[in-house]
Structures are given as C-alpha cells and as structure tokens.
Ligand binder design. Structure first.
Ligand SMILES: Cc1cc2nc3c(=O)[nH]c(=O)nc-3n(C[C@H](O)[C@H](O)[C@H](O)COP(=O)(O)OP(=O)(O)OC[C@H]3O[C@@H](n4cnc5c(N)ncnc54)[C@H](O)[C@@H]3O)c2cc1C
Length: 283
C-alpha cells in the first residue's frame, strides 16, 4: 500500500525538530532510516499527521570513543558501526550483535536511534544496551535527560520517551581490553528477527568470572538482564559445570508466550542453548 497522506518537514536544528514534535502533540513521527516506520505507514499501523526527517542533523551522526565511553549518535547506521576503523575493537560485543541485524540493505539505512525508539523485543541493540548498562540521551522541550537502558524499554514498541523527545545518543561504558564476550542468536532465516538471543560478558579474575552480565532478546516484551544466570556464573570458573548451570537457569528464568513463530516452551529451551553457545564463544 502507499503511505497515508501526511505532511513532511526536514529541520536543520535539534531545537526545530523538538519544536515540531511539541507543536503536534503526539501526531508527528520522527523519520530516521525508515526501515521500521515506512512499512508501518504502508500497513496503516501508524498514521501521523507529520513526518519529521532527522537526516539534516549531522550532530546525530557522531561516533566517539574515549577512555570513559563509546558514544553513538542516534543517526549512526548499522553500517557505520561495522565499517568504523576502531569501533569493533572498542566494543566487540556491540559489533558482533550488529552483524546479526537484518540484511545488508537494512543495515545500510537503519539507525541506532530508530532501533531504540522502535523497541522491538527481538532487536539486537536494545539487548546490548540493557546488558551493558548503557545510557540513552533524549532531548525534548524540557531539555536533555539521560535514561538508563534498564528503564527505557517499557514493552513492544513502547519506551520511556515523551511525545516531544528525540533520542540523540547512546553511551556505553568503556570496554576493558581483556573482557570476554559472546553473542548468539537463532533465527529461522538469516536476517530475520531472532526467536531468541543472548549477549554475555565477563572479566577474568584469576580463572574465575567477574562482573558477569547476561542479557536476552526475543523471550519477553522487552530485552532482559538474566540476573539468575549471572548469579550462577559470578565468581566461578566458566567450565562445563558452570555452563550447564547457566543454561538451566536461563530456561527457568523466562516464560515466553506461544506465538505464530514458535511455542513458548521452544523459546525457553532455545534460550538455554543460546546461553551455552554464547559462553563457549566468549571462552
Ligand atoms: C525485513 C526487516 C528485517 C529486520 N530485521 C531486524 C533485525 O534482525 N534486528 C533489528 O534490530 N532490526 C531489524 N529490522 C529493523 C531495522 O534494524 C531498523 O533499522 C530499526 O528498527 C529502525 O531504525 P530506523 O532508523 O529505520 O528507524 P525508523 O523506521 O525511521 O523509525 C522507527 C521508529 O523510531 C522513531 N525514531 C526514529 N529515530 C528516532 C529518534 N532519534 N528519537 C526518537 N524516535 C525515533 C520513529 O519515529 C519510528 O517510530 C528489520 C527491518 C526490516 C524491514
């Protein structure tokens, strides 16, 4: 189907973009890469009065890596992350997850801010954001605020953003060089949203895992931190026994519903397998 009738604006400053959102009181939508929004318009799942295109806001394309953080502007595309000379080394877990996002054409246009705001429970970036305790920066009429990723995702396509707020950047805490990490997901076809996926990282403390972080996608309404799995692994050597315990704890920690793609029971089992594979790949 063709898009519904709507007005279009292409602001050249953040203040102008925020002003347009505020003056339309929830009836305006931001356009970033258009990879999720345009299909939603075509299917009439969204019908805003105004599209506010973010493409003329170059500050939102910033990538910064320093001793404290890895910062990605909202208009950074998947391909910018994968093609950046330092980023895959500066944040290997992020890069490994982004490699799994969709297909080449979608990675060519889809953006960080669009993915966060769209809040698909099976999307990779929201899971990495929650797992890594990232902070999401938003600008609205009331000014700037920083939202912890753990508080940002409220449900499928629902976030903490107010109707006049624009995601401007996401900040990941700096990544220690020796940190180990793994990312594993399972989709029925390459490029589809995954049925389940797992991100894991830990530091090596004399052969024992420290600062264990485990996150999951595709098994609940939002990305999850799997605290029960972290508890099983923290302070232990990551051996076969620990991995088996983590696999069982992951399956027990979630209760996904049946849907058209799989049963909930299948997803529970799959999540455990993803934990096992992610841990082995981290080793
Ligand atoms: C066939 C297909 C397969 C896909 N597979 C995957 C996949 O495996 N993994 C995955 O993660 N994604 C997948 N995607 C989605 C893709 O990654 C999109 O890039 C992403 O979800 C949205 O980014 P976008 O820049 O295209 O946003 P848009 O489509 O432009 O916008 C999406 C939503 O975010 C809002 N928005 C955009 N930017 C901002 C901002 N800065 N601040 C506030 N709100 C904003 C828009 O108003 C809209 O509501 C897939 C998409 C398709 C079509």
């Amino acid at each position: 189907m063709k898009l519904p009738p709507l007005d279009y604006a292409c602001p050249t400053s953040l203040a102008e973009a925020v002003g347009l959102l505020a003056s339309h009181d929830g009836e305006a939508k931001l356009l970033a890469g258009g990879q999720s929004l345009v299909p939603m318009l075509a299917f009439r799942l969204a019908s805003p009065a105004l599209l506010v295109d973010l493409r003329k806001l170059p500050d939102l394309r910033r990538i910064a890596i320093d001793s404290g953080a890895v910062t990605l502007g909202a208009m950074v595309r998947w391909r910018d992350i994968l093609g950046h000379p330092q980023l895959p080394a500066a944040h290997p877990l992020l890069a490994r997850a982004v490699e799994q996002v969709a297909h080449y054409q979608i990675r060519n246009r889809g953006t960080v801010g669009g993915s966060l705001a769209h809040a698909d429970p099976a999307a990779e970036l929201p899971c990495i954001a929650v797992t890594c305790e990232a902070s999401i920066v938003a600008h609205g009429q009331a000014g700037q605020r920083t939202i912890a990723a753990a508080d940002f995702f409220h449900g499928p396509l629902m976030t903490a953003l107010k109707s006049d707020e624009i995601v401007t950047e996401i900040r990941f805490p700096a990544w220690p060089a020796q940190r180990r990490s793994g990312f594993c997901e399972f989709a029925r076809r390459r490029g589809d949203f995954a049925l389940a996926g797992v991100a894991v990282f830990f530091d090596d403390d004399n052969g024992k895992a420290a600062h264990v972080h485990v996150g999951a996608l595709g098994v609940a309404d939002t990305p999850l931190r799997l605290g029960a799995v972290e508890k099983v692994l923290e302070g232990k050597p990551i051996d076969d026994k620990a991995i088996a315990g983590a696999e069982a704890a992951a399956s027990a920690a979630v209760d996904p519903p049946d849907d058209i793609h799989s049963t909930g029971a299948y997803r529970k089992t799959l999540l455990g397998v993803m934990v096992e594979r992610a841990l082995r790949s981290a080793l």
